[in-house]
Ligand binder design. Structure first.
Ligand code: CA
Length: 439
């Protein structure tokens, strides 16, 4: 799939949904997919437009969809998007095209579509799909270097890093939606100066700033996905916070990698931002430094090499209980961008399936923490505070080495390109609850 711009991307388009015009996340050029419930009702598929949500099932009832768009809606009637995403780009694009027409200023369908809108603020977001599998990669080369340096000052990047996309299989059962609190885990830790490990609340709780990739059709077992077809299997993107217990991680990670330090919670933003919406923001991957190897042939594709990256600015904001009590807004603590990914989304999909592993509709792939090279763009507190040695000073007068109970972490993403209407991902937000009492 190559970048296809059409009239849904027209920067002059305005919506009769007034809040969409100039909306930082959801102007009419975005139209992301999600699942919501209203007034205690069952989960329903929807599309965000400004501060409203279009109820897809209501469009169907009003006979406002036909053809492939109707097929997408039919598969979404169960209140989860797995089956719709499995259909691939055609029905997804058809729904986008139809919504773009019906939501434009002057649309003849306005009166009918208005009956299908609900206020987002009154709705509860849900996971957009039933996530079968969750895999987390490690494509943020500055993050990998920073973390590696804490363990191996002279040799921060292991020799495989520039050849093979590093990842591990995560846990889908504990992936939660933005707004759901995260409970601090208890776990086994062993401080360096302790003779033996102990068990108790994590003391080095951290966030990780990542993008999530939602899988569309997927592949059969034993059937790899060629790099030139990888984009066909990407249904969209979200923000992902891969919560991490650094003290548990340090004690357990050798020799098999992350386990309980990562599986207690991950948080995603509610809206699937589609490849169509992101088409104006495609970019060439950052050039590899001189001397780095070229990707092996199975990870090489001319289109991916030309426009396989995305121009997305990624931010972390922190809000403490004291800040909220004092009416102080969340404080930005990091600004990074997807240009700091060493591998593209297509390369991750192809590599994942290269040995025959089957990806299924609704699977979630995390990029790994995306840190900028400079400290103001580090994507975790582990990096920002140099392993807890240099506290982050907040405008409230507080300090943080790692997260404390009551802290709230907010991830944001914004796409901008010359001559284009900017779009965003919506928030990925969660607050920390105290650890469960030890019995
Ligand atoms: Ca991670």
């Amino acid at each position: 799939m190559t970048t296809q711009l059409d009239d849904t991307h027209d920067p002059s388009l305005r919506s009769w949904v007034a809040s969409a015009n100039g909306h930082p996340d959801f102007p009419i050029q975005n139209l992301p997919l999600g699942v919501f419930s209203a007034s205690g009702g069952p989960p329903r598929a929807g599309v965000a437009i400004g501060d409203r949500i279009v109820d897809i099932a209501a469009l169907t009832s009003a006979r406002l969809l036909d053809g492939e768009a109707a097929r997408f809606a039919e598969e979404a009637a169960s209140g989860t998007l797995n089956a719709s995403l499995a259909l691939g780009a055609g029905p997804r694009r058809a729904l986008r095209a139809r919504l773009s027409v019906m939501l434009r200023e002057g649309a003849t369908e306005r009166a009918a579509v208005e009956q299908c809108l609900v206020d987002a603020a009154s709705c509860t977001p849900h996971l957009p799909v039933a996530i079968g599998d969750f895999t987390d990669f490690y494509v943020g080369i500055h993050h990998a270097t920073n973390v590696g340096r804490q363990f191996r000052p002279d040799n921060p990047l292991l020799p495989n890093y520039k050849w093979v996309p590093i990842g591990y299989h995560g846990r889908s059962s504990s992936v939660g939606i933005s707004g759901s609190p995260v409970r601090r885990p208890n776990g086994q830790t062993k401080p360096p100066d302790a003779a033996e490990p102990g068990f108790g609340p994590c003391r080095r709780l951290d966030y990780e700033l990542e993008l999530g990739i939602w899988i569309g059709p997927g592949n059969g077992l034993g059937e790899p996905i060629p790099i030139g077809r990888a984009a066909d299997h990407i249904a969209g993107f979200c923000l992902l916070n891969d919560w991490s217990a650094r003290d548990i991680q340090a004690w357990e990670y050798q020799p098999l990698g992350p386990f309980l330090a990562k599986n207690f919670a991950s948080t995603v933003s509610p809206w699937i931002v589609t490849p169509e919406a992101l088409a104006p923001f495609r970019a060439a991957p950052a050039p590899r430094p001189n001397g780095d190897p070229s990707p092996l042939p199975y990870l090489t594709d001319p289109i991916d090499a030309g426009e396989g990256a995305l121009a997305v600015t990624l931010s972390v904001l922190l809000s403490t209980k004291r800040m909220r009590d004092g009416g102080v807004p969340p404080q930005p603590v990091s600004v990074s961008g997807s240009r700091h990914m060493y591998w593209t989304a297509a390369q991750l999909v192809t590599h994942h399936a290269s040995g025959g592993c089957n990806l299924r509709p609704g699977d979630l792939i995390g990029t790994g923490t995306i840190s900028a090279p400079e400290a103001s763009g580090f994507g975790s507190l582990l990096e920002t505070t140099n392993g807890g040695r240099e506290p982050l000073r907040l405008a409230s007068g507080e300090e943080r080495r790692f997260l404390e109970d009551g802290d709230e972490v907010i991830l944001q993403a914004r796409c901008e390109a010359p001559g284009r209407v900017p779009i965003g991902f919506g928030e990925c937000r969660a607050a920390i609850l105290p650890a469960p009492a030890l019995s």
